[in-house]
Ligand binder design. Structure first.
Ligand code: AMP
Ligand code: FES
Ligand code: ZN
Length: 326
């Protein structure tokens, strides 16, 4: 477990209580001590939940917990907010063990430990045991250059399926401002308006087997999530996914951070103007696609066969070719 960066020095004082500051928030130009930071952070999550009606009609929220700092902050904050403000709503955790050596074991251990400490029910889905393949298997296929994309398709599919199976009406993910801005940047560059419309705080269900997705951390940065985890003295994963080291998404995040360093508040402005100024026009002009059931797995799909089943069938075919070529 490694300690994270602290941006405040010993002489800085908390803007709210005057005690010694622990964290500095660039975009808000504000120093805060650990206690005031925790309150600030939880208030922001709570406000996002209320503003976007994220828990409308909820009975059970499934939290997708990878073990990383973002979903760790989400589990911790949401657990507290539900207990205090929505005691009728249950929280359960979903974790997918992707079978990535040197990464998945540590992630899974951390998830189980945190759930144990919080006394939260934890559904661990072991890809290897359940499906007989693991993410590194894609390295021997034409998907090796787009392994993160393949992994994303698998995670999205399984997270929804597990949330649906455990009877959750909401699926919360740790997607944050950095994730959203990085994706929006790419979609603006490509002019992919159909995909842009899907980047939103809540994606309401349009099919009985599709669980509504919520992003309670959408207005918080990765740095704020890290500060929240550190303020609570929670453990931080030392392992990083070895397969996504040089991913394009990481490169774009670096670029967004360079812009933010020059123009503090850039990420917030980008996201907010997208949501307020662009989204209303997109919503009017782009229709929500109609979902049907995949003929092979029965889960919601845009076409006869869902993207998950298509991907797995390609993996199986390439494994057969691989074996028969040996
Ligand atoms: P990523 O796509 O890896 O940036 O992850 C985005 C979000 O998806 C995380 O904040 C988690 O909420 C969820 N997630 C990612 N990987 C897993 C996993 N292995 N198990 C459960 N949830 C995950
Ligand atoms: Fe999916 Fe790294 S977690 S490729
Ligand atoms: Zn399918």
């Amino acid at each position: 477990m490694r300690p994270g960066p602290r941006a405040a020095d010993v002489t800085s004082r908390c803007r709210l209580c005057g005690k010694q500051a622990a964290h500095y928030l660039n975009h808000a130009k504000m120093h805060l001590c650990e206690n005031c930071f925790i309150k600030y952070y939880e208030r922001k999550v709570y406000k996002s939940i209320l503003k976007h009606n994220m828990l409308r009609g909820s009975r059970k929220v499934a939290v997708a917990f990878s073990g990383g700092k973002d979903s760790l902050a989400l589990v911790k904050a949401l657990h507290k907010i539900l207990m205090e403000k929505f005691p009728e709503v249950e929280l359960e955790v979903v974790h997918i063990d992707l079978g990535i050596p040197g990464y998945s074991e540590e992630s899974r251990d951390l998830v189980e430990k945190i759930c144990d400490n919080l006394n939260v029910k934890c559904h661990v889905y072991d890809l290897s045991a359940e499906k007989g393949y693991v993410i590194p298997d894609f390295q021997a296929t034409p998907f090796r250059r787009r392994i993160c994309g393949a992994c994303g398709t698998i995670k999205r599919y399984l997270m929804n399926k597990i949330a649906y199976k455990i009877g959750a009406d909401k699926l919360a993910t740790g997607h944050n401002l950095d994730d959203v801005v990085e994706v929006l940047f790419e979609l603006y560059l490509r002019g992919s308006v159909e995909e842009m419309v899907r980047i939103r705080p809540v994606s309401w269900s349009t099919h009985t087997k599709l669980v509504t997705k919520i992003k309670p951390l959408i207005e918080l940065t990765e740095k704020e999530n890290l500060y929240y985890v550190l303020s609570h003295k929670l453990p931080i994963l030392s392992a990083k996914c070895p397969l996504s080291k040089n991913s394009r998404a990481l490169k774009r995040k670096k670029l967004m951070n360079m812009i933010e360093a020059e123009i503090p508040g850039f990420k917030h402005t980008f996201y907010k103007s997208h949501l307020k100024r662009i989204m209303p026009h997109l919503r009017d002009s782009i229709r929500e696609p109609t979902l049907i059931e995949c003929k092979s797995c029965g889960m919601p799909s845009l076409s006869e066969t869902c993207s998950y089943c298509k991907l797995i069938s390609k993996l199986q075919k390439s494994q057969i070719t691989h074996i028969s070529n040996e």
